[in-house]
Ligand binder design. Structure first.
Ligand code: AMP
Ligand code: MG
Length: 352
């Protein structure tokens, strides 16, 4: 798999042309990375097993980690899923198109490779004009996990996709940076009480308004080998830079003190330290490399900068990255998702 990856740069005049060239690749069983509102996805025809297999190969994705299938209208859902309950329809009405993935009982038309043999399928309708036009034009649901090498931080720009997958995929559509920056919320609707399998921008408190009780089915830690998990993806290392990552959690003043102490501890001799910190923390501490996440009170900004920051510092030849966990509302909305990704990425968690 050492081919040339075509780069389609969206400009105001060439939208239709690019979408039809990219859709043609999908129809022919190829792979195209494209922007969604969450992160860039690596897409292939969800109903074509050979095409879907190329996604696993390009990413080095474990064969037991099922894919999310992206649709452009609810008619496509009826092809994939059976038994769509009223409460699920309410969620679709409220949050689609948008960053909420729902798990359904699947129909036989969905190949085993897409769902890794599960009798369920994960589906969402992305809120991005490029993604929607591509799915429509391809005329088929598109399976698309994040367009990164497995285990690395998800891509939020086309440059991130190219850095990971150039030569391994047929094309990438560059539609600029994504809006949300962390992957979709995943909610399993196949049991009596819905189960939240991954936090995202759509928060559990918003979901509860539509379906009542929701169980929490994810952890913030990496699940140990051999432990049973309901969503196979939960057990793999995720979002990780290659550099050692230390996450510091606590009140903002305690975190600032701890980060200063760690900069002194790690920054001896030739060792270089990188900081992934809020604007407020950066006013009080410094190091060899500093990446600003945004204000600690602006969790949306932090979410959209998070993966770019991990990738940026990873390229800066630092020996350790110290991440600031003192973000504002970390218990609601996208703050929950940011903390979840940081904790899963971290090699060491310091809770103050
Ligand atoms: P990614 O596409 O890389 O963002 O990952 C998709 C996530 O959805 C992974 O955590 C998968 O394990 C999860 N997922 C996909 N399909 C299913 C399914 N049928 N049941 C449970 N989890 C799923
Ligand atoms: Mg992923």
């Amino acid at each position: 798999m050492d081919n040339i990856t075509r780069i389609f740069q969206i400009e105001s005049s060439n939208f239709d042309e690019i979408i039809s060239a990219a859709a043609q690749i999908i129809k022919q069983g190829g792979t195209v990375a494209f922007p969604t509102e969450t992160v860039y996805g690596l897409g292939a025809d969800a109903l074509n097993p050979e095409a879907v297999q190329k996604i696993f190969q390009a990413k080095g994705r474990p064969q037991d980690n099922p894919l999310i299938v992206h649709i452009a209208d609810t008619e496509q859902l009826d092809v994939l899923a059976k038994e769509v309950s009223d409460s699920t329809r309410n969620l679709m009405d409220a949050f689609w198109p948008g960053p909420l993935t729902l798990i359904f009982r699947r129909r036989d038309i969905v190949p085993d490779v897409t769902t890794c043999g599960l009798d369920t399928v994960a589906v969402r309708m992305p809120d991005n004009p490029v993604a929607i036009a591509l799915i429509r034009q391809a005329g088929t649901p598109i399976a698309a996990p994040s367009a990164n090498i497995s285990g690395r931080p998800s891509p939020t720009t086309a440059e991130h996709v190219i850095a990971d997958l150039s030569g391994r995929i047929d094309a990438v559509i560059d539609g600029g940076p994504v809006r949300v920056g962390v992957e979709s919320t995943v909610l399993d609707m196949t049991s009596d009480i819905p189960v939240l399998l991954r936090p995202g921008e759509v928060g559990v408190e918003q979901i509860r308004e539509y379906v009542g009780e929701v169980l929490i089915g994810y952890t913030d830690t990496q699940v140990g080998a051999g432990e049973a998990v309901r969503s196979p993806g939960l057990k793999y290392t995720h979002y990780s830079p290659e550099t050692r990552l230390v996450l510091v959690r606590g009140t903002s003043s305690a975190v600032v003190d701890k980060i200063s102490e760690l900069v002194r501890k790690y920054g001896h001799g030739n060792s270089r330290v990188g900081l992934l910190v809020t604007d407020e923390t950066a006013e009080q501490v410094s190091a060899d490399e500093v990446f600003l996440l945004g204000s600690r009170y602006d969790t949306s900004a932090i979410a959209s900068n998070l993966f770019a920051g991990l990738r940026h510092l990873d390229l800066k030849d630092v020996d350790v990255i110290i991440a600031d966990g003192s973000i504002g509302s970390d218990r609601v909305g996208v703050g929950v998702a940011v903390l979840n990704r940081l904790k899963k990425a971290a090699d060491e968690l310091i809770e103050l």
